[in-house]
Ligand binder design. Structure first.
Ligand SMILES: [Zn+2]
Length: 81
């Protein structure tokens, strides 16, 4: 996932994991950020606490990626049941 660097304003990269939740509305995805690295200025936030201190996002909504996610996870096959 990409995010804006709070120091230089360039695009950096979040590392973390995508967490899926399912309810009556379907599947929703949230990316939980664990670290952030900006190659432009070298900013390196190594854990959740550092992200918070820098006022960075610690979770990102991946709503737009749900369709692709579902395809990758092969949910359609499970729905046979
Ligand atoms: Zn930067």
């Amino acid at each position: 996932m990409h995010g804006t660097c709070p120091v230089c304003g360039n695009t950096g990269a979040y590392a973390g994991e995508t967490v899926e939740s399912r309810d009556e509305d379907g599947i929703s995805l949230e990316f939980q950020c664990e670290s952030f690295l900006c190659e432009a200025c070298g900013l390196d936030l190594e854990d959740y606490e550092e992200l918070e201190l820098a006022s960075m996002e610690t979770s990102l909504d991946r709503e737009n990626d749900v369709d692709q996610w579902v395809e990758e996870q092969d949910y359609y096959e499970d729905d046979r049941w």
